[in-house]
Design a protein around this ligand. Sequence first.
Ligand code: FAD
Length: 402
Amino acid sequence: MDFEITEKMQAIRGMIREFVDRELIPLEPEFTTKEFREMLPVLEEKKRMVKKMELWAPNHPTEFGGMGLDLMEHALVSEELGRSPLGHFVFGCQAPDAGNIEILHKYGTGEQKKKYLRPLVEGKIRSCFSMTEVEMPGSNPVMMDTTAVKDGGDYVINGQKWYSSSADGAEFAIVMAVTNPEAAPYMRASMIIVPCDTPGFNLVRNIPVMGHSGSDYFSHGEILYQNCRVPQENLLGPEGHGFVIAQERLGPGRIHHCMRWIGICNRSFDLMCSRAAKRVISPDGKTLASRQIIQQWVAESAAEIQAARLMTLHAAWKIERFGAKEARDDIGLIKFVVANTMQRVIDRALQVHGGLGMTDDTILAFFFRHERAARIYDGADEVHKSSFAGRLLRTYEKRTVR
Ligand SMILES: Cc1cc2nc3c(=O)[nH]c(=O)nc-3n(C[C@H](O)[C@H](O)[C@H](O)COP(=O)(O)OP(=O)(O)OC[C@H]3O[C@@H](n4cnc5c(N)ncnc54)[C@H](O)[C@@H]3O)c2cc1C
C-alpha cells in the first residue's frame, strides 16, 4: 500500500494552499458579512489569477479547458480548496456545476456540449440541479410529482422544486421530472435541461437557510415550473434514465464533498489548536492548551480526521479501480462518517473559541451554520446507514459464522 503523494500533486497542492491562504482567506470577513453577489467582481479577478496559474477546473476534461485530474488527484485538491468556503468556486470546481459537468460530458449530445458544457467548464455560466420537491420526500425521490409531458416536439414541465442550489443567476437547470409514469419506479423519471429564462421557469425565492437567504451562487432556490416548455432535444441521456444518471453523478461527487469537508476539518482543527495554544486562562500564564479536556478534543479530532480522510481516499481509489457500483458501500459509509466528523470538529473548535467562536470574526460560525446540511443532502445519514446495514445483514442470512 503506497501512501506517497506524487511530486506533481505535491506541487499542485502547495500552489493551491498558498493561493487559498494569500488570496481567499483574507476575503472571508467580507464574505461572511456581505451579500455574495457583491463579492462577484473580486472573485472574478481571483478566477483570472487561477486561470493564469493553469489551475482552473482541476477535475474537468482537458478538451473543454480543465486540468483533467483523476478522482484521487482531485480528492487531494478538494481537501486544500475546502479550507475556505470560496475555494471550489474560485477554482471552477464547485457543486452543483461539477456534477452537472460530469453528466453533460458523459451523456450530452454534441449540441448540448457546445451550448452548455463548454461555457460551464470555462466558468462563463453556472447551472443548478433541480430534483428535490417541497411536498415529496427527497429521501425517496421515486416519489416525484413533477411531470414532463410530451406535446408536439416539446416537453411541458409542471412541478414545484426547492433546494435547487445556486439557481439564482444560473443559466440553466437540469430538472428531474416524471416522463414515463407507467414504467418501473426507478425508470419513470428523466433529466431535462431547462434554460432559466424559459417562460414558466419561476424562481419563487431564495430559501432562508439558517438565518440567511443568500444570493447568486450561495443560495438555494425554490422553483415553480408552470407549463414550462422546452424542446425534446433538451433530454439529457435516455428517457427514463434519470435515476440511473443521478446515481452516477453521486459517486465521484461524494468524494469531492467528503474531501472538501476534510479541508474544513483541517482548517477548524488548526484554528482550534492555535487558539488553545495562545489563549491565556489563568494569571500564572497557563493557556487553554494546558487543560486536559482541550487536549482530549485535540487528540480525538486529529484521530477522527485522519480516519475519515483515509476512508475517503480509499473509497476514491476503489471507485477508480473497480467503478462506483463496486464501491457502493464505501461511498455510503464515508457520507455519514465524514459529515459527522466534520460537525464534531467544527463544534469543538467553536467551543474552544468561546464567545469569539459565535461571531463572524472567524470562519467557524459560518462552517457551523452552513455545513450542518452535510448530514441531510446527498442522502440523509439515516438512509445511508439503513441501506448499508440492510445490504450487509442480508449477506449474513446464508453465512455460517462460528
Ligand atoms: C443545503 C442543501 C442543499 C441542497 N441542494 C440540493 C440541490 O442542489 N438539488 C436538489 O435537488 N436537492 C438539494 N437538496 C435537497 C436534499 O437532497 C434533500 O433535502 C434530502 O434528499 C432529504 O430530503 P427531504 O429534505 O425531503 O427530507 P425527507 O425525505 O422528508 O427526510 C427527512 C428526514 O427523515 C429521516 N429519514 C428519511 N428517510 C429515512 C429512512 N429511510 N430511515 C430513517 N430515517 C429517514 C432523515 O433524518 C431525514 O433527514 C439540498 C438540501 C440542503 C439542505
